[in-house]
Write a new protein. Structure first.
Length: 379
């Protein structure tokens, strides 16, 4: 997609602090810095934790503007969305970026001077359909309208998988300028260690899409313990999956990035029988750590992992149990699947990710340059 346009010098990027988007934003910002591009990060959702400040401090010259504005998928967010929009416009005025990179939808309608990119990491409507097997109720109509308008006002839309892009088309209509750019993780952060006999799962455990409840149900029938790592409470305080601790299902709580890497290095099996996972950074980290993978049989995970994982229907707990038992009892099979997972994971590098984004940024800047030239000629 390169067209001779220059690379941007400065990018204003939004990021929520609540899950995988934060990890993605840090990884991409670091790679952009290596290409001489300054990133100004505008955070929303919740204040940064001490661990998150430490992560971002490893990127030289990055600037962070912190806020706690509600995200569009949260309860009654719309006043905050308006306030956050005014804040973002004032940040653009202050820092004069070449590209505005939005990791959310609603602010795609704002009248930024710079070209605006919207990245579709996930969405409530496709989550609802996948997890509850029905369309989202009418209370989400304002959300639908905001996301539709944001997507169609963007100069470019990116999704991390073809499956996620297809979901955006299905829920919000065709998108004119789009591209799939897979996420990436630094393999040096997730090196395999000496494997131990346990199963690990990780992520936002309150999210029904992760289907941790299925692992909780079958844990007593496994000869190995199952450990779950991650945030257990929904931002409103409700516990979605309600999985209590049992002798064979053990909650680790929210862990630092370094602690998660340590657990993945030791885990023999990583299981995520998800109903919905548009990409799955935790799975990528597990693959890099040479964990044998047992995953929900959904299009996005098939797209990425294909023959490098065992797939189970999210509703079939017996199938999940048998897949885990097969890996537990057969050392050679487990080692072979772990090797396949690591080989596949090594394809999803930060270099591949940043190359895709740089190509899109250049295309957007070239389009703006053409538009300016045409307008000048017309005048």
């Amino acid at each position: 997609m390169s067209n001779g346009a220059p690379l941007p010098e400065r990018i204003l990027m939004t990021a929520d602090t609540m899950g995988g988007v934060w990890t993605y934003a840090v990884e991409l910002s670091h790679m952009l810095w290596k290409h001489g591009i300054e990133v100004v990060l505008a955070t929303m959702g919740a204040p940064l934790t001490e661990e998150q400040w430490k992560e971002i401090a490893r990127i030289p010259d990055i600037k962070v503007y912190e806020s706690a504005f509600k995200l569009e998928w949260m309860e009654q967010p719309w006043d905050d969305i308006v306030s956050a929009g005014a804040w973002l416009l004032s940040l653009e005025e202050e820092i004069d970026p070449d590209i505005v990179h939005l990791n959310g939808y609603a602010h795609g309608v704002l009248s930024f001077r710079a070209p605006k990119l919207v990245v579709g990491h996930s969405c409530v409507l496709s989550w609802w359909q996948a997890v509850r097997n029905e369309p989202a109720p009418g209370e989400w109509e304002t959300y639908r309208e905001a996301v539709t308008q944001g997507l169609h006002a963007a100069d470019f839309v990116i999704a991390p998988t073809h499956a996620m892009l297809d979901m955006l088309h299905l829920q919000y209509g065709p998108i004119v300028r789009e591209m799939v750019v897979p996420n990436g993780r630094d393999p040096e952060l997730f090196l395999p260690g000496i494997k131990e006999p346990f199963v690990l799962t990780a992520g936002r455990l309150w999210d029904r899409a992760k289907n941790v409840a299925a692992l909780h149900r079958i844990a007593p029938s496994l000869s190995w313990p199952v450990y779950s790592a991650g945030e257990e409470q929904y931002p409103s305080g409700a516990d979605e999956h309600g999985a209590a601790r049992t002798d064979n299902f053990r909650r680790l709580g929210r862990l630092s990035a370094r602690a998660i890497a340590s657990w993945l290095a030791r885990a023999s099996i990583y299981a995520l029988p998800a109903y919905y996972e548009p990409f799955g950074l935790s799975i990528l980290e597990a693959g890099l750590s040479a964990c044998a993978l047992v995953l929900g049989d959904i299009p996005s995970l098939r797209e990425i992992w294909d023959d490098a994982a065992l797939f189970v229907h999210p509703d079939d707990t017996e199938m999940l149990r048998e897949a885990l038992k097969a890996l537990i009892r057969d050392d050679s099979y487990r080692a072979a699947m772990a090797a396949k997972a690591r080989m596949r994971a090594l394809e999803f590098t930060p270099h591949r990710m940043v190359s895709g984004y740089l190509a899109v940024y250049q295309a957007m800047m070239a389009e703006k340059r053409r538009s300016i030239k045409e307008n000048t000629v017309c005048v």
